[in-house]
Ligand binder design. Structure first.
Ligand SMILES: [Zn+2]
Length: 155
């Protein structure tokens, strides 16, 4: 397993999105959120959360309350902080695995990140969208990148 704790001299701000995803704590939290969103053709719901960093440079995940269907409410994050800790990324799942369903982030997703003035912290890299095949990143400016396959990234 690749460990991506940052040695002091390599500290970067902001982190690279893939380094955040490969962090063992983040990786397992996102894998769990995916399972808990009950992926399938019907009956799934979105799960999501904040990925925050503490004073020791440790990453942790604060899950949001479960969403309903293809919606999820983002708790308050004034100044790009959650519980006093800087938010480095957000994430949510797209649990519907059906071929008719839009897997990649849609316009509402992109706008949600781009137009959120409180998601513009200096360490914030964007929102991961965990879908059946692929993990996407919505950057703070609202563009979408495909990062890699979900099973490759989250196991
Ligand atoms: Zn979405």
């Amino acid at each position: 397993m690749q460990i991506s704790e940052y040695p002091e001299h390599e500290k970067k701000s902001p982190r690279r999105p893939l380094d955040i995803l490969r962090h063992p704590t983040v990786r397992s939290a996102l894998a769990l959120a995916w399972v808990e969103s009950k992926p399938g053709l019907t009956g799934g719901h979105e799960e999501g959360g904040f990925i925050v960093v503490d004073g020791e440079d440790k990453l942790s995940v604060q899950r949001w309350q479960a969403g309903e269907g293809n919606q999820i409410r983002v708790p308050e994050h004034l100044g790009c902080e959650a519980d006093g800790l800087p938010v480095v990324a957000t994430f949510h799942t797209h649990p519907n695995t059906g071929p008719d369903y839009l897997q990649e982030p849609g316009e509402t997703d992109k706008r949600g990140v781009r137009d959120d003035a409180e998601l513009k912290g200096s360490q914030y890299v964007g929102e991961f969208v965990v879908a059946h095949e692929t993990v996407y990143l919505i950057t703070p400016s609202g563009t979408v990148r495909e990062l890699d396959g979900r099973s490759e990234l989250l196991g």
